[in-house]
Design a protein around this ligand. Structure first.
Ligand code: NAG
Ligand code: NAG
Length: 987
């Protein structure tokens, strides 16, 4: 306004002159006007001249200041981004978080005497010492220099900032001591100097000098990751303090833990881990009833494990790697009702693991690897529904009883794994990984330019602001907890004023060296491709000054940002350059048109190449992302040419089976590995997504009694599954005498046990559980040691698909094995597999196919059964004569009874597969047969009878099998993943 008035009066004054001179003087007048106006502008700037001078000085010292700083010299009037002023045009705030500023912080800054907030966070190019003149900023309330490159010592003069409430000097290169004088900052509630190179001990007050013990209003002592040393003095803590977080982790503190810490009743997180504390844990800790995280790991603490009885708020406890005295599990293991996480790696514990521990209602994770627990691990009592991971690696546990617990349990390095493995433990004897949450996107197969990413909320491409949220004391450990991480996302986008969904979390994990929960986060702009500088400043400030509050169980956090790649700005283009560009463009365009055509062709070619090498890239189904690439565990991708070569171009001599789905070939890789390759023929191909799902499912399932998937091929219009090769064919082939392998009673029991274990694994331990749907003797294959392996679980239905444990689906299966209840109700349960398995058990007794010449094995056996017949239970005429000739068969009656229970009409009367396993184990033991399959290591030739002819069967004089009659192929089935060889459609 002032400027305008002066300009008007000047203009009119000049207008009084005579007309003749007017025209000639117009030009000079105009020039003068321009100069005068800019002078007026300067002297009439609204900004306080002192503050203005300081900001101009800072601007001169720094690179990459916001472009608005170059457009005016009136930071308050024609405002500069990041500068806030009060009504008197005094500068009160300077916020330049994440601007990529380079330079040093000079003494001039001390001139901004009305400044209340200074935030220079995440400018790694700001280096050198910080000036003691910062101490002149008497009104300063918030000082944030986190994540810069500052070095040197923390100036004593900061103690003059008597109004200071928030001090964040973390993540720089500060060295030297923490000045005792900072004890004068009586208003301070946030004190973060973590991640520097500070040395020396923690200063406490004396009669004449201040110390940190006087910071009564402080809620946060964040001193992690420095080289602080010496004892932590008892004087540091008192009941006058209001500390919530004491984070002293990763320093070099020695001596005992001060008992006075128990006086700080407000405390919620205490991290003293990764130091050299020694001595007993003071019993005063028990007074800390608000404490939710206690981490004392990696010190030299000794004496008994602390007695944490009554600390009912404790969620997260880590006492790993100390020197506590050996003891049984303490009582508080079963009484801390808020406990989510109990970590005592390399601990002193012995005796049995108390089963009540797993019933604590909030429990998510127990890691007590490397202790000396022994006896039986009892997980059959009530288990917390939250429990995700139990790690008891390297203990002395001998056996396991499981109940309904289905999540990760690690027992590697326990006798339970090395002693004769039983079904219930084997799957726990390998490394298991927790699936961490990641933000899902549902943007179809959209892709973005290389510097951009898909905003999961809007499905548009943009340049995200990336950083890490570092949670130093979370009270939970379950990284798969979607609800929790989604609430974090919502809180983030709401607090930071971003559009819904504009936050993406990926690669979440615990950092093992610090124990911190690292949550990599990307923020996306609400509109446009880039964030504005103002947005970046605002987000950086909100996250460093703790305006953003995460859900409570995350606890305190630190944000560390990656520099934001702002688009090139300040590009001024002169007319000459423009002209040059215009000429250049004309030439260029001609060239471009030509090369564009070429480029498009190249791109198409490249795309085809990519599609070939990454076949699943194009499969990303609508409504999901990250599901694009199959989550393969071990299965590999084979090229068509590779398979063609190793099967002699699918030659007839390599054919080992065929069915409605296509053919099975034997093939040998250059490294000598023999494989069975199942090649789908036209008409039995699956949709791409089904095929992918199938492969993902098959590759996740690993058990020694299941035929393993080696890989797959999806190329040149082919769908092939590659399995491990089973040299001894199917159980049916052996039973029919085709292979010449003689199956005595013991061998039959072992085959029954092995295949039952495979099925029990599918039902009980696969995740998600799998119903086989086509259990039959042609799908039970024998390896070189006659170990039974179940094949063809590929067309299985995942139980997770259903709501109540049954799957309503079109009836599929093989005649003779089909569960009558499933046939009538069309509701598939795991008990349908039990029925089919019962039929297989009867085959093992009789060697006859389930249906032959109009006779049904189940009915034949049922009518023949006679309990009064001590030797053969009435089956003398029905059973395989070769068995009958072997004399008394140990456990025969029990085996038959079990088989008959499996084929009960009503599924509720049938046992579960794991009960079948247990019973066959018992039967085998009565027979003196080791249940461990290691006894099967002898060569298969041991079992080849001298007479290789088909065994004669009293019911069938004509034993030559005809696959058309019996409804299944008598060759290798290997039909996983494709249409059934024999389908039964309900009429
Ligand atoms: C642990 O502390 C509780 C309560 O303070 C007490 O009742 C219990 O006996 C203590 N346990 C041991 C083993 O000292
Ligand atoms: C949040 O964003 C809206 C629209 O983008 C804007 O009008 C509002 O002022 C913003 N609020 C804050 C606190 O930044």
């Amino acid at each position: 306004m002032v400027v305008d008035e002066k300009m008007q009066s000047f203009d009119f004054g000049k207008g009084m002159r005579g007309g003749r001179e007017m025209a000639s003087k117009n030009l000079r007048l105009l020039l003068f006007l321009v100069l005068f106006c800019s002078w007026i502008h300067l002297i009439c700037s609204t900004t306080n001249p002192n503050d203005q001078a300081v900001l101009l000085a800072l601007k001169a010292q720094w690179q990459n200041t916001p472009s608005s700083w170059g457009k005016s010299s009136d930071p308050c009037g024609l405002p500069w981004d990041g500068v806030t002023c009060d009504s008197n045009s005094r500068v009160t705030g300077l916020g330049l978080s994440g601007m990529n500023i380079k330079g040093t912080l000079q003494a001039d800054v001390g001139g901004l005497t009305e400044l209340t907030s200074l935030d220079l966070s995440f400018n790694q190019g700001l280096t050198g010492p910080i000036p003691s003149q910062l101490g002149n900023l008497q009104k300063l309330n918030i000082l944030i220099l986190a994540g810069c490159g500052f070095s040197g010592s923390i100036p004593d003069a900061l103690s003059n900032l008597s109004e200071l409430t928030f001090l964040a000097l973390n993540s720089n290169n500060f060295s030297g001591n923490i000045p005792a004088s900072l004890g004068k900052l009586s208003q301070l509630y946030w004190f973060d100097v973590s991640e520097n190179q500070l040395t020396g001990s923690l200063p406490v007050s004396t009669d004449t000098t201040p110390g940190l013990d006087l910071l009564f209003n402080c809620n946060h002592f964040h001193f992690s990751k420095n080289q602080l040393s010496g004892n932590v003095p008892n004087k540091l803590f008192s009941s006058n303090m209001s500390l919530i977080h004491i984070l002293f982790d990763d320093n070099q503190f020695t001596g005992s833990i001060p008992s006075t810490v128990g006086l700080v009743q407000t405390l919620e997180a205490l991290r003293l881990d990764r130091n050299s504390f020694s001595g007993n844990v003071p019993s005063t800790l028990n007074n800390l009833t608000q404490l939710s995280e206690l981490n004392l790991a990696r010190n030299g603490l000794n004496g008994p494990l602390p007695n944490l009885t009554g600390m009912t708020s404790l969620g997260y406890i880590d006492l790993s790697n100390n020197s506590f005295t050996a003891s049984a599990a303490p009582d508080w293991f079963s009484t801390l009702s808020s406990l989510t996480t109990l970590i005592i790696q390399n601990g002193p514990l012995q005796g049995t693991v108390p089963p009540n521990l797993f019933g604590l209602p909030q429990l998510e994770q127990v890691d007590m690897s490397n202790n000396a627990f022994n006896g039986t691990l009892n997980m059959s009592t009530s288990i917390s529904p939250q429990l995700q991971l139990v790690n008891l690696e390297d203990n002395q546990i001998e056996s396991l009883t499981t109940g309904s617990y289905k999540n990760a349990l690690i027992l590697i390095g326990n006798p339970a794994c090395t002693n004769a493995p039983v079904l219930s433990t084997t799957s726990y004897c390998r490394v298991q990984q927790q699936q961490a949450y990641f933000t899902p996107t549902s943007c179809g197969g959209a892709s973005c330019p290389s510097n951009q990413r898909l905003n999961p909320g809007s499905c548009t491409c943009a340049v995200p602001y990336n950083g890490n949220l570092i949670f130093k004391a979370p009270s939970f450990s379950d990284l798969s907890n979607s609800a929790l991480f989604q609430s974090l996302e919502v809180d983030l986008w709401q607090t930071l004023n971003l559009s819904n969904g504009s936050v993406s979390l990926q690669n979440i994990g615990f950092d093992t060296s610090s124990g911190y929960l690292i949550v990599p986060v990307s923020f996306f702009p609400s509109n446009g491709t880039y964030f504005s500088k103002l947005d970046i400043q605002r987000i950086g400030f909100d996250l460093t000054n703790q305006t953003f509050k995460p859900p409570p169980s995350f606890g305190t956090y630190l944000f560390s940002a990656y520099p934001y790649p702002f688009p090139g700005n300040n590009v001024s283009i002169s007319k000459g350059v423009l002209a040059g560009i215009a000429v250049g463009c004309a030439v260029l365009i001609l060239g471009l048109v030509g090369s564009a055509i070429y480029a498009i062709q190249q791109k198409k070619r490249a795309q085809r190449a990519t599609e070939l090498s990454r076949p699943f890239a194009s499969w990303i189904p609508k409504g999901s992302d990250g599901g694009g690439a199959p989550q393969l565990k071990g299965a590999r991708w084979f090229y068509f040419d590779e398979i063609k070569k190793c099967t002699n171009s699918f030659s007839e001599s390599n054919e080992i089976g065929s069915g409605g789905y296509g053919k099975v070939y034997k093939g040998m890789l250059p490294d000598g590995q023999v494989m069975a390759i199942k090649r789908a023929q036209q008409g039995s191909m699956q949709g791409a997504n089904e095929f992918k799902t199938e492969i993902e499912l098959l590759s996740r399932v690993h058990h020694k009694n299941l035929v393993g998937l080696v890989g797959f091929c999806y190329e040149q219009g082919e769908q092939m599954l590659v399995y491990e090769y089973m040299p001894n064919g199917s159980l049916r082939e052996s039973l029919s005498g085709e292979t010449g392998i003689h199956l005595d009673w013991k061998r039959r029991l072992q085959i029954a046990l092995g295949s039952a274990k495979g099925l029990a694994y599918l039902h009980e331990l696969a995740n998600p559980p799998i119903i086989h749907r086509d259990v039959k003797s042609t799908n039970i294959l024998l390896d070189e040691n006659l170990v039974a392996k179940v094949a063809d679980f590929g067309l299985s239905k995942m139980v997770a698909d259903s709501e109540k444990g049954h799957v309503s689906t079109q009836v599929k299966g093989t005649l003779g094995y089909l569960d009558p209840e499933y046939y009538m109700t069309q509701q598939l349960t795991d008990k349908s597999d039990v029925y089919s398995f019962g039929v297989v058990m009867l085959e093992l007794i009789t060697s006859m196919p389930p249906i032959y010449k109009g006779k049904y094995i189940v009915r034949e056996v049922r009518t023949a059964m006679d309990k009064n017949d001590q030797d053969y239970y009435g089956l003398r005429q029905v059973m395989d004569p070769s068995l009958r000739n072997m004399g008394r068969l140990a456990g025969f009656a029990q085996f038959l009874e079990l088989a008959m229970r499996c084929v009960e009409e009503s599924s509720s009367n049938r046992p579960r597969m794991n009960e079948v396993v247990k019973e066959i184990e018992t039967i085998s033991q009565t027979d003196g047969i080791a249940t461990s399959t290691t006894s099967a290591s002898s060569s298969a030739t041991d079992f080849v009878a001298s007479n290789t002819g088909a065994p004669r069967h009293p019911l069938y004089t004509d034993v030559s099998l005809n696959s058309k009659d019996v409804g299944y192929s008598n060759s290798f089935d290997y039909s996983g993943g494709f249409a059934l060889s024999t389908k039964i459609e309900p009429k």
